[in-house]
Design a protein around this ligand. Structure first.
Ligand code: HEM
Length: 451
């Protein structure tokens, strides 16, 4: 699958990974023409169905569920039975109990997806080992590994990156066509987020589109319920790991350590105590975790401001509202619809008994529209006083480590748009991701005018 590309300047051969359509895309196409073969969802509150996100009609379903209570047991779904936690307070409560509600792969991992059992994996000839990542670890391993990357995301470390992010953002905005319809996702959101990773990790700019390919397949959980997907998923993961391994080797050969994150990780004391696969897993986590989430917020902001022209006007007239507008747009978009935990001991939560082994799905997308916390929650309000209480970055010990970096990129984008008096209108196709995990846009056709 992976062929070898010409040696890089440092002499290391970087694997050249597949870019042509994979059998995954063929499978996707097949489902488009045979929707009846998609996994069937029969329970009316089974919010794991990806069509409600693809068609943007999830809001009334969650509102009905919240009105009935903060969590509900869904006995049947293509992903098996699960608890749907839909209330803001209930999600915070569960995330504050990480000893009881585990994130680890051993218990089931961090998304609604089921992993194949050992017997199923053996029968399918699939290797289901996961790359170890601290997002899918419990204490104490989680604490130690998170601590090794956290210093790279302190306010000072982040603000050091601001000038470069601003310069790149400005250059890209200056290159955009006026009076012409173009796809914001492809031209702006993807370019800025992958370019950012190039700054942060020294990821080769010429290969930055691979990041989009890698994070896209992982988002489509609906397809991943199909058994064949597990082997494909694994092969892509290996492809990704092989690529990062070559980058890692390249950096270890550098005589002078660079100031990119990979070099800094390699040369840090704490990282030296990590197993190679842990290092690799965390690298994949940092690179993939920050990619489509930030990208989809960059698209979500444009979509939301277009849908609420009064708020767009407010933004145009009051640039000092930008930091709060970023929080409000994160609340409205919620780029990761859910995270999953697995219960490790029978526990009562808000009057319901969750049993050891139960799958518990935390629907951030619902918490961020919880009318007990946010007035008129379906409305974008960039002056909203408690916009910061959104759970788009999660809560508790696993709260997003890259939150500040994401906020910085989003703020700079809005500031640079404002500086250029740029107004972006939705002017064509809007296509959403068909998934219940990644919540975002595949395509957003826009046109730019001035204000
Ligand atoms: C964890 C969302 C950007 C790296 C998480 C979690 C969420 C999330 C929901 C899990 C929280 C939980 O389980 O409680 C987002 C969103 C982003 C974003 C919405 C952008 C708008 C980034 C960026 C990076 C990053 C830019 C790094 C470059 C991570 C890592 C974790 C994480 C390493 C694991 C933290 C842990 O387990 O302790 N993120 N993220 N994220 N995110 Fe982000």
């Amino acid at each position: 699958m992976a062929t070898i590309a010409p040696p890089t300047p440092s002499g290391v051969q970087r694997p050249q990974v597949r870019r042509e359509p994979t059998s995954y895309e063929a499978l996707k196409k097949h489902f488009e023409t045979h929707p009846e073969e998609r996994p069937q969802h029969t329970h009316p509150w089974d919010v794991s169905r990806s069509d409600i996100y693809f068609e943007d009609r999830w809001q009334p379903i969650f509102a009905e569920m919240r009105a009935a209570g903060p969590l509900h047991y869904i006995p049947e779904s293509p992903f098996g039975p699960y608890w749907a936690v839909v209330g803001h307070k209930a999600i915070q409560h569960i995330e504050a109990l990480p000893e009881i509600f585990s994130s680890s792969w051993e218990h089931g991992g961090i998304t609604i997806l089921n992993r194949l059992s050992e017997e199923e994996a053996a029968a399918a000839g699939v290797d289901t080992r996961e790359l170890p990542m601290f997002i899918a670890m419990d204490r104490p391993q989680h604490t130690g590994q998170r601590r090794t990357v956290a210093p790279k995301f302190t306010p000072t470390a982040i603000s050091d990156m601001e000038a470069e992010i601003r310069q790149r953002t400005g250059e890209l905005l200056d290159s955009l066509p006026r009076g012409e319809v173009f796809d914001w996702v492809d031209t702006v959101s993807i370019e800025l987020t992958t370019g950012m990773l190039a700054i942060l990790f020294g990821f080769p700019l010429e290969d930055r589109r691979l990041l989009t390919f890698w994070s896209d397949w992982s988002g489509d959980t609906e397809l991943a319920t199909v058994r064949e997907m597990d082997s494909l998923r694994w092969s892509i993961l290996q492809e990704m790991a092989a690529y990062f391994q070559s980058l890692w080797i390249e950096r270890t050969m550098d005589k002078e350590p660079g100031d990119d994150l990979i070099s800094m990780m390699i040369h840090s004391e704490a990282m030296n105590q990590m197993r190679p696969e842990e290092f690799m897993g965390n690298l994949v986590l940092l690179i993939v975790g920050g990619n489509d989430t930030t990208r989809n917020t960059m698209s979500g902001i444009i979509h939301a401001l277009d849908k609420f022209p009064d708020q767009r006007k407010l933004f145009e007239e009051n640039p000092e509202l930008i930091p709060n507008a970023v929080q409000e747009c994160l609340r409205m978009q919620t780029p990761l619809a859910h995270m999953r935990r697995t219960c490790t001991e029978d526990t009562e939560v808000f009057g319901q008994t969750i049993k050891a082994g139960d799958k518990v799905v935390l629907w951030y997308i619902s918490a961020n529209r919880d009318e007990e916390v946010f007035d008129n929650p379906d409305k974008l309000d960039i002056t909203r006083e408690n916009a910061r209480r959104h759970l788009a970055f999660g809560y508790g010990i696993h709260r997003c480590v890259g939150a500040r970096l994401a906020e910085l990129q989003l703020r700079v984008l809005l500031e640079e748009m404002h500086k250029r008096r740029m107004r972006v209108h939705v002017a064509g196709d809007v296509e959403r991701v068909r998934a219940n995990f990644v919540h975002g846009f595949r395509k957003l056709e826009v046109e730019i005018t001035s204000f």
